[in-house]
Write a protein that binds this ligand. Structure first.
Ligand code: UD1
Ligand code: UDP
Length: 379
């Protein structure tokens, strides 16, 4: 059985690392990894492949830095060519970026089954690029794997799993949680970021901002930066700055008085989250990591991606107005500290997902796969 996996943006490398590790335990499955090139700086791409020992991509498409239409269009064209050549049994896509939507569209048109990992996420902001991508990819996919029960509920409400839409829906938990659990020890052993930044035994805020709606709008970015400058007067704010945001600060002539560093690798990021007192972010990945590592977080979005975290009281959301951001930040000590709710599964999502894909393949093809025999070694 052949699976083509497509990645392109930073969070997808982390998710693919989990799935690739799970696939390796199944010699009956061959994985072909395609990188669209959407993220290309060393610290936005290569560092993750090195640290997380992700197989080197078999194909690299060099498509980046374009408008939505141009990027999506070029990806559809190039991915279609590749899929016709590779002829995989399944295409696996992750999350909600342009590197998720374009491959799913290309595959559907040529009859290749798509598997969507991180399906069913909704924040009901219909004009947000990620919401558009998620909604369409869920609809195109043959199998949708949700991260949480809310994702599954969202899809059921839209008619998935009812016979109207044929796609199969499962909730096996979040591969990002698998990643956090698996790589935490490696990060503890290898990362020196807290020493380098002199943050050991110090209270600080770790913050990331990159959402298009927050950075392309000069007014909103000004409010966010002004709030962070004020918060930084009482507790240090550390921002590994996304290339998009760095460019926009320069374009708008905004001055950050807090500590901006270049984007860091995943191992450093885990330490920065674990060591932080609070997390402020508009990242769908980082807000979940705040929960995994039991840190209160403030989401810089009015309609957050993971409403289950806000509803559970683990994180607060805010309007993008300086005073509101500061007001909500000052409430972070009141968030729910009971982190045993297992919203994102048990840390074995990767293995459950690959097992389900194999079962789907057997059902559809009528072929039974030769399963690896796990031999229990005696002492
Ligand atoms: C993309 C995803 C977003 C995801 C984010 C993860 C879409 C629509 N958006 O947003 O959902 O949360 O990735 O980080 O797919 N750039 C560099 N170097 C890089 C990467 C990007 O300079 O390594 C520049 C690009 O040239 C571009 C800008 O940053 O000018 C934005 O990159 P792009 O991939 O279009 O969108 P992201 O904001 O990264
Ligand atoms: N991340 C990282 N280094 C950074 C910033 C983020 O390793 O400098 C990790 C973060 O820990 C999370 C993932 O990147 O695992 C989230 O990616 P991003 O915020 O770019 O995208 P999103 O999740 O919002 O789509």
């Amino acid at each position: 059985m052949k699976i083509a996996t497509i990645v392109g943006a930073r969070p997808q490398f982390i998710k693919a690392a989990v799935l690739s590790r799970a696939i390796k335990l199944h010699p009956e499955v061959t994985e072909i990894l395609i990188h669209t090139g959407q993220h290309y700086d060393k610290n936005m791409s290569e560092v993750f492949f090195e640290e997380m020992e992700i197989p080197k991509p078999d194909h690299f498409l060099y498509i980046s830095g374009l408008s939505h239409g141009a990027m999506t269009g070029r990806m559809i064209e190039e991915v279609e060519k590749l899929l016709l050549e590779i002829k995989p049994d399944y295409l696996v896509v992750f999350g909600d970026t342009n590197s998720t939507l374009a491959p799913a569209l290309a595959a559907k048109k040529i009859g290749i089954r798509t598997v969507h990992i991180e399906a069913g996420v909704r924040n009901f902001d219909e004009y947000m690029p990620e919401e558009i991508n998620r909604y369409l990819v869920d609809r195109l996919a043959e199998i949708n794997f949700c991260c949480s029960s809310l994702g599954e509920e969202n899809l059921k409400k839209e008619g998935f799993g009812t016979g109207i839409i044929k796609s199969e829906v499962y909730n096996y938990g979040d591969v990002m949680y698998d990643a956090a659990l698996f790589y935490e020890k490696k990060s503890d052993a290898l990362s020196t970021i807290l020493d380098k930044l002199n943050l050991k035994n110090t209270d600080y805020v770790i913050c990331t901002v990159h959402r298009e709606g927050n950075t392309n709008d000069a007014g909103k970015l000004t409010e966010i930066i002004s709030a962070l400058n004020i918060i930084n007067e009482t507790i240090p704010v550390i921002v590994p700055i996304h290339p998009r945001t760095k460019k926009k600060l320069a374009d708008y002539g905004l001055t950050a008085n807090f500590t901006c560093i270049d984007p860091v690798g995943y191992f450093d990021m885990i330490q920065l989250v674990k060591g932080a007192r609070y997390v402020i972010t508009d990242s769908g990945g980082l807000v979940r990591e705040a929960y995994f590592f039991k840190r209160p977080s403030l989401v810089l979005m009015e309609s957050p991606f993971w409403p289950e975290l806000v509803d559970g009281g683990y994180c607060l959301s805010t309007q993008l107005v300086k005073e509101e951001i500061i007001k909500e930040f000052n409430l972070l000590d009141t968030t729910n500290k009971d982190y045993d709710s297992c919203i994102f599964g048990d840390g074995n999502a990767g293995e459950k997902i690959i097992t389900q894909i194999i079962a789907h393949y057997e059902k559809k093809s009528g072929k039974e796969m030769i399963k690896p025999i796990l031999v229990k070694m005696s002492k």
